[in-house]
Ligand binder design. Structure first.
Ligand SMILES: NC(=O)c1ccc[n+]([C@@H]2O[C@H](COP(=O)([O-])OP(=O)(O)OC[C@H]3O[C@@H](n4cnc5c(N)ncnc54)[C@H](OP(=O)(O)O)[C@@H]3O)[C@@H](O)[C@H]2O)c1
Length: 375
C-alpha cells in the first residue's frame, strides 16, 4: 500500500561523505512507537563525529544512514499500544537511530518523518516553540543516564518541587548542552550543584541553579573545587568535556561521599579531524591518543579508588529513568517553569539542506547554544 506521507531525508550515503537530501521511505510505527512530522531538529557533536571519524565509531552503522538524535514536531501516527499520545500532539523526542540496539535509519532525526519510541517523548507546552523544545531530548537523556541510572550516580529522582537531600553534585562542563540539563536535573533532585564553565557563562549556569561555578581553564580549578566541597558530602561527579574525567577523579578522590565519576565525553575531542570530505590518516594518531588516554584514566581511577562508567544516553530507553524523566518529571517541570529548555537554540535555517551547515557549525564550536534547523 502506498503511504499517505512522502518523506525526504538528509542521508549520510558513505563514510566521510557530506549529507545529501534525497527521498526516504516512510516507515509506519511499531506497537510502542509513533511517527513525528518534524518541525525542528537539533545537532549533537556525535552527528559530526560519525561523519568525520567514519567506521572507527558506531561501526554497526551501514550506509546509507540517517543521523540525528533530537526531534520536535507533530504526531501523525501512533502505534497500537501507545496510550500517552494521540495524532496531532506536539512532542519533543529522542531519536534512537544510531544507538547500537536500534541501528535503524527510520529512527534518525534528519528527515521529515521520524519513528520515535513513545517512552522517549514528552509533550511540548503550548507556549513553547518547536525550535526551543528540540534543544532538550538527547542531552537531557545523557545527563539523566549519568545522574540517575543505577549503574551510574544513582541519585534520588527529580521532583516538582525539589526535595533537598543535603548533598552536593559536581557537574564539570555546566555550559554544555549536557551540562545545562545536568545542572537543572540535579537541582530538581535536591542536590547542591557545583559546576565549571568559562567566565562568560557564569551567570548562565547560576541561572540554571548552580550554587558555585569555577573556570575550568584556571590552573587552580581542581584545588579550588576541593576547597569549596570541604565539609560537604558529594553524591558523585558528572564529567563533560575533554579532560573532565581526569579532573573529576582528583576532586572526588579528595571529597567525602560517593566516589563515582560518570563520564559523558571521551578524554580527547575529534576537532583535529580535517574539514575536507574523505578518509584522513589523521585518524590513526587520534585513535592511538584516545586509547592511551583511556588506559591512563583507568589506571588513575584504580589508584584513586574512584569508580567510573561511560554514559550512553540511549540506555535510559531500557529502564525506568525514561519514564521518570519524559513522563513524570519533564512535562510538569516545564509547565511550572521549574525546568527551562536550555541552552538557547541557534537556528541555522529552514530545510533539510541546512543540516550539513548545522553539523559544520556545531563542529567549529558553540558556547551555551544548541544548533537547530527548522523543517
Ligand atoms: N555519552 C553520551 O551518550 C553523550 C551524549 C551527548 C553528548 N555527549 C558528549 O558530551 C559532551 C558535551 O556535548 P554537548 O552537546 O553538551 O556539547 P556542546 O553544548 O556543544 O558544548 C559546548 C560547550 O562546551 C564547553 N567546553 C568546551 N571545552 C570544554 C572542556 N574541556 N571542559 C568542559 N566544557 C568545555 C564550552 O563551554 P564554555 O563556552 O563555557 O567554555 C561550550 O559551552 C561532548 O563531549 C559530547 O560528545 C555524550
Amino acid at each position: 500500500m502506498k503511504s499517505m506521507f512522502s518523506n525526504n531525508a538528509a542521508w549520510l550515503t558513505k563514510a566521510y561523505g557530506k549529507l545529501e537530501v534525497k527521498p526516504a521511505p516512510y516507515t509506519p510505527p511499531g506497537e510502542n512507537e509513533m511517527v513525528v512530522k518534524n518541525h525542528a531538529v537539533a545537532i549533537n557533536p556525535v552527528d559530526w563525529y560519525k561523519q568525520r571519524v567514519g567506521n572507527f565509531i558506531f561501526s554497526w552503522v551501514k550506509y546509507p544512514f540517517i543521523l540525528g538524535g533530537d526531534v520536535a514536531g507533530e504526531i501523525v501516527e501512533v502505534g497500537k499500544r501507545v496510550q500517552r499520545f494521540k495524532v496531532g500532539d506536539r512532542v519533543l523526542a529522542q531519536a534512537l537511530g544510531m544507538d547500537r540496539n536500534c541501528n535503524r535509519a527510520a529512527e534518525g532525526a534528519f528527515q521529515q518523518y521520524t519513528v520515535v519510541r513513545a517512552n522517549l517523548a514528552a509533550p511540548i507546552p503550548d507556549n513553547m516553540s518547536y525550535e526551543r523544545a528540540v534543544v532538550l531530548p538527547l542531552t537531557l537523556a545523557t545527563a539523566a543516564c549519568g545522574l540517575f541510572q543505577k549503574d551510574h550516580l544513582a541519585l534520588e529522582y527529580p521532583s516538582v518541587p525539589p526535595k533537598p537531600t543535603g548533598k552536593s553534585v559536581l557537574i564539570w562542563g555546566g555550559s554544555t548542552s549536557v551540562g545545562s540539563n545536568g545542572i537543572q536535573l540535579a537541582v530538581s533532585a535536591g542536590y547542591d550543584v557545583i559546576t565549571t564553565a568559562s567566565p562568560r557563562n557564569f551567570d548562565y549556569v547560576r541561572k540554571l541553579g548552580a550554587s558555585q561555578v569555577f573556570d575550568y581553564n584556571s590552573p587552580a580549578v581542581v584545588q579550588d573545587i576541593i576547597k569549596a566541597l570541604k565539609g560537604q558530602t558529594i553524591a558523585g561527579a558528572l564529567a563533560i568535556g575533554a579532560g573532565s574525567t581526569d579532573a573529576c577523579l582528583d576532586i572526588v578522590h579528595n571529597c567525602e561521599g560517593n566516589k563515582f565519576v560518570s563520564m559523558a565525553s571521551a578524554p580527547i575531542g575529534f576537532e583535529a579531524m580535517p574539514d575536507r570530505p574523505g578518509f584522513s590518516f589523521k585518524i590513526f594518531p587520534l585513535v592511538l591518543q584516545l586509547l592511551r588516554a583511556n588506559a591512563s584514566l583507568r589506571r588513575k581511577s584504580r589508584r584513586r579508588h574512584v569508580q567510573t562508567n561511560f554514559i550512553d544516553g540511549g540506555t535510559i530507553a531500557n529502564n525506568e529513568v525514561s519514564r521518570v524523566i519524559y513522563e513524570q518529571f519533564l512535562p510538569r517541570a516545564l509547565a511550572e517553569g521549574q525546568y527551562i529548555a536550555a541552552p538557547d537554540p541557534y537556528v541555522v535555517g529552514r530545510g533539510l539542506e541546512y543540516i550539513q551547515e548545522g553539523l559544520d557549525l556545531q563542529r567549529k564550536g558553540v558556547s551555551a547554544k544548541k544548533v537547530v534547523i527548522t523543517l
